[in-house]
Design a protein around this ligand. Structure first.
Ligand code: PEP
Ligand code: MN
Length: 341
């Protein structure tokens, strides 16, 4: 597989036409602020030197793997609000309830989460549930409440889109898309989300191999995503004392072999509160670039995943044990004026 970098200022379409004249079928994709061309595998055999002689072709990179976009993906991604996630930067904490349930609940959750130094508010508005009789989320109304809660506490917002038809409305509200474990290989969804060019949190499928998982990331990138974060959330095992089995060796491989941003969700892996603190610590020790953890102002009355959601005290203790600390509040000049008035 070959990837072509264009000479600055050249029209990609004109270069594509010149390449097609020598039997090269290409598709353009964004790489940072550049356009690059992927040479499709069914193109005519040709040397890199012959391609580099074509006007507008700066460089030809012969990718050795079947996931060239992933190979070119940055090890650190920018999520907005100055938050960077990936290799070599401070780990990022994401927290919030399993489901957005009410305006009050998500505002209170955002307050708790921001107070611990977390930078991203999580919460599902479209919920994938095993039983059709379970709570399935507040939908668009929930997205609106969540956006307001995130803004009020200067947090980024991550939430799941379950179907291509939900992608646009989720993009209007969220800073990051979440692809849930059950949808990791929903290719139409991956393509629809990828086309939005927003950061994506890609959860590992319940029984997905690492290869299947990274190829799902490649689908997102092929469609246009240039900021993909993989999230290990536990895989199926024979043991039933935990909900899933947290696969930390996968985290090390994603970090070291693939050099992609990777975070860990100890909540869905364990399915119970007592393991979340230690699993979070272990994940960070393995090189995870962040954690996403479920917390609820009153887990005992939660509409979903009550047993694994940390209450406010447990959340504050866990966050501190992982080394997260509240950021000093920096007031805008308007806020300062308001407070001193
Ligand atoms: C979630 O994070 O809200 C969720 C449903 O998790 P998963 O897709 O990993 O089961
Ligand atoms: Mn949940």
């Amino acid at each position: 597989m070959k990837i072509i970098t264009l000479t600055q200022g050249h029209d990609p379409k004109a270069v594509q036409r010149a390449l097609q004249a020598v039997g090269q079928w290409t598709s353009p994709f964004a790489h940072g602020d550049q356009v690059q061309l992927l040479v499709e595998p069914h193109s005519a055999p040709i040397s890199a030197a012959a391609l580099e002689a074509i006007e507008g072709v700066a460089k030809v990179w012969a990718a050795k793997s079947g996931h060239p976009r992933m190979d070119a993906h940055p090890a650190v991604v920018d999520l907005g609000l100055g938050v960077r996630l990936g290799r070599g930067v401070e780990p990022i904490l994401m927290g919030g309830p399993c489901s957005v349930e009410s305006e009050e609940q998500i505002h209170e959750a955002a307050r708790m989460v921001a107070a611990t130094g977390a930078r991203v508010l999580r919460g599902g508005c479209f919920k994938p549930r095993t039983s059709p009789y379970s709570f399935r989320g507040r939908g668009v109304e929930g997205l609106e409440w969540m956006r307001q809660a995130a803004d009020a506490h200067k947090l980024l917002m991550v939430t799941e889109a379950m179907a291509p038809e939900q992608v646009e409305v989720v993009a209007e509200h969220a800073d990051l898309f979440q692809i849930g474990a059950r949808n990791m290989q929903n290719f139409d969804l991956l393509h629809a989300v990828g086309r939005m060019r927003k950061p994506v949190l890609l959860k590992r499928g319940l029984s997905a191999t690492i290869h299947e998982w990274v190829m799902a990331a490649e689908h997102l990138m092929h469609a246009g995503s240039d900021a993909v974060i993989l999230c290990e959330r536990g895989i199926r095992s024979f043991d039933d004392t935990t909900r899933f089995l947290l696969d930390l060796s996968a985290v090390v491989q994603i970090e070291q072999t693939y050099e992609l941003p990777v975070i860990v969700d100890p909540s869905h892996a364990a399915g119970r509160k007592d393991l979340i603190g230690p699993l979070g610590k272990a994940a960070l020790a393995c090189g995870a670039h962040g954690l996403i953890v479920e917390t609820h102002p009153t887990p005992e009355v939660a509409c979903s995943d009550g047993p694994q959601q940390l209450n406010p005290t447990e959340w504050a203790e866990a966050a501190a044990s992982w080394g997260f600390a509240p950021k000093p509040v920096v007031l805008t000049s308007d806020e300062r004026r308001e407070r001193t008035a």
